[in-house]
Design a binder for this molecule. Structure first.
Ligand code: KIV
Ligand code: ZN
Length: 514
């Protein structure tokens, strides 16, 4: 690989999934992995295989399917994690085990309760074990941003000797400042005697809003892999956002002097897919993928752009996929055209029943909505296809809402083949529908978030609703889409209840001790 090429390592499916409420099903992860492959991401961190059976299955099915990107699983520096990661990656065309241990004084003393020499010993042992199972091994110094430079150099030298080919220095707690972080990376690369045998990587969290700046500063200091996520999803304030890293590298090649292999035209569709699956909306003023990122409001700016685009635009909207919003299908489109378009979008339905169910929903939607766009199809499939057993299903919903009268909702749901009905009033039709659902479900969960987003433009757009429920510290996000936002809301609430009922808790890579 050329010295000027920056490897893009996407961790949306692992660190991104650690955002409270962002957990995804195996099928959803596979759809995102296919979009990342199409984007030409070099390495996809598909999950943390030992965390749960669901995570293992997700890593495995991504490793079994994806051909063009390297598939990686996270593993703590312990035998069981490494063996499980290797098992999940067994069929990968190109697989990587990513093992880590904390290296900062505060983590070693209070979390690991290990002496620095014991940490080195454990890291070396883990890397050797991983190398026996997989040719491509990455080692991360967790909390690298707060680690002592002498210790970093010591452990990294031994990690490379043990067989790690990528050395990642994460700013786990988002504490670094760009020039200082760049200096750390520069010194490590200079001082580690066998540094030329590894690629140096960074993984920055955004607690101070500096994740992208820190990552780019590290690139100027010699890092040649950046770990990032779509829409900056991730633990707490998130990770460095892939779209911002990639477009900064592309737009400021004059200063940074490096490039990536990303097909930037697929950035927007991937961002929308991740937002629709996780239910995390993208803020309008978000760089690159926010709705206003290329909208010029002031007259002076509009005039300038019309005369010469570069007066106010540093990159073209088309280069990241804006205005590629393709009219996909219409009312008269047949089943074959429908299936073909889904395949082009990277969506493969597992059997004829799923295709039939999705096609029925497509026809219903086409009756209500004249033009069906790719985003509509993504939402429709998210809404129809699930590898989770649906415990509760909406059968019927009637809402009454008039000026001066209390809104009422009557609904019927099916639970385990038995229909149940409830009626409730509320401060609005959505509130009434949620109260009716709670009469039946008695979940005792707290509603933490309710959000509605229009999937496409126009008043006939489908509304995509996210409902976040919390119970006993466990958070789930339910999604629902429909041209009727009350129906979309009821579906999202039911989806959240189903998730709450089905899901198993996962181990958390940073919190769990070793
Ligand atoms: O933030 C972090 O340190 C991580 C590591 C596991 C790479 O996510
Ligand atoms: Zn992280």
């Amino acid at each position: 690989m050329s010295q000027d090429r920056v490897i893009i390592f996407d961790t949306t499916l692992r660190d991104g999934e650690q955002s409270p409420g962002a957990s995804m099903t195996r099928e959803e992860k596979l759809r995102i992995a296919k979009a990342l492959e199409k984007l030409r991401v070099d390495v996809i961190e598909a999950g943390f295989a030992i965390a749960s059976p669901g995570d293992f299955e997700a890593v495995k099915s991504i490793a079994d399917t994806i051909q063009d990107s390297t598939i990686c699983s996270l593993a703590r520096a312990v035998d069981a994690d490494i063996d499980r990661a290797a098992e999940a990656l067994a069929n990968a065309n190109s697989g990587r085990i990513h093992t880590f241990i904390a290296t900062s004084p505060i983590h070693m003393e209070h979390k690991l309760r290990l002496q620095p020499d014991q940490v080195i010993e454990q890291a070396v042992r883990a890397i050797k074990r991983a190398r026996n199972l997989c040719a491509d091994v990455e080692f991360s110094c967790e909390d690298g941003g707060r680690s002592e430079i002498d210790f970093l150099c010591r452990i990294i030298e031994q990690a490379i000797d043990a067989g790690a080919r990528t050395i990642n220095i994460p700013d786990t707690v988002g504490y670094a400042i760009p020039h200082q972080f760049a200096e750390t990376i520069r010194q490590v690369i200079e001082r580690v005697p066998n540094a030329d045998k590894a690629i140096f990587s960074v993984h920055c969290h955004n607690d101070l809003g500096l994740a992208v700046a820190n990552s780019l500063a590290a690139v100027t200091a010699g890092a040649r892999q950046v770990e990032c996520t779509i829409n900056g999803l991730g633990e707490r304030a998130g990770n460095a956002s892939l779209e911002e890293i990639v477009m900064a590298i592309k737009t400021r090649q004059d200063v940074l002097g490096v490039h990536t292999g990303i097909v930037t035209e697929h950035i927007l569709s991937t961002s929308r897919l991740v937002s629709s699956i996780t239910g995390f909306p993208v803020q309008p003023n978000k760089a690159i993928v926010g709705a206003n990122a290329f909208a010029h409001e002031s007259g002076i700016h509009q005039d300038g752009v019309l005369k010469h685009r570069e007066t106010y635009e540093i990159m073209s909207a088309q280069s990241v996929g804006w205005h590629a919003n393709k009219l996909s299908l219409g009312k008269l489109s047949g089943r074959n055209a429908f299936r073909t378009r889904l395949q082009e979008l990277g969506i493969e339905l597992s059997d004829q029943d799923e295709l039939n169910a999705a096609f029925v929903r497509f026809k219903e939607l086409a009756d209500k909505k004249h033009e069906i766009f790719d985003e509509d199809l993504q939402a429709l499939v998210s809404d129809t296809v699930t590898d989770m057993v649906e415990r509760m299903r909406l059968v019927f919903l009637d809402v009454r809402s008039r000026t001066g009268e209390t809104p009422m909702a009557t609904l019927t749901v099916e639970i385990g083949g038995v229909e149940q009905q409830a009626t409730a009033s509320g401060s609005g039709p959505v509130d009434a529908a949620f109260r009716a659902l709670e009469q039946i479900a008695s979940s005792g969960a707290n509603l933490q978030l309710y959000s509605v987003n229009a999937i496409t433009e126009g008043t006939d757009s489908q509304g995509e609703v996210t409902v976040r429920l919390e119970k006993g510290g466990r958070i789930v996000n339910g999604n629902g889409a429909d041209t009727d936002i009350v129906i979309a809301s009821a579906k999202a609430y039911i989806n959240a209840l189903n998730l709450m009922h089905s899901g198993a808790l996962k181990a958390h890579p940073q919190v769990e001790g070793i």
